[in-house]
Design a protein around this ligand. Structure first.
Ligand code: SF4
Ligand code: SF4
Length: 96
């Protein structure tokens, strides 16, 4: 007898099927990772975040490929944001 088992480990959530939903969030810069100045917004108290353009996405995002153009220097918060996490699923639900 053959039992068909669905491969549950196969990821259904992947960044390649996402319109970079998390790159529309506010990203605080809490450590120095080498983000180019042109992508940094500074508030009146000196706090730094990733600059977001009028379309809502981070200015470091390539609008055509929807990939990060400063991947090696991306902020700590972007590194910690986990694909498939609660926050990720929430952003996808809102933004796709
Ligand atoms: S929201 Fe999740 S799936 Fe989409 S780009 Fe961000 S980490 Fe990847
Ligand atoms: S720095 Fe890169 S990963 Fe982080 S929000 Fe901007 S485009 Fe997305």
């Amino acid at each position: 007898m053959t039992i068909n088992v669905k491969n549950l480990s196969e990821p259904t959530v992947t960044c390649s099927t996402c319109k970079a939903c998390c790159c529309r969030l506010e990203v605080l810069l809490i450590s120095e990772t080498g983000v180019p100045k042109k992508h940094i917004a500074t508030d009146k108290w000196g706090g730094e975040t990733m600059l977001r353009l009028n379309d809502g996405w981070c200015s470091a995002l390539d609008r055509k490929t929807m990939l990060c153009t400063i991947y090696e220097n991306r902020p700590w918060i972007c590194r910690e944001f986990e694909m498939g996490s609660y926050e990720c699923l929430e952003e996808r639900a809102e933004g796709m």
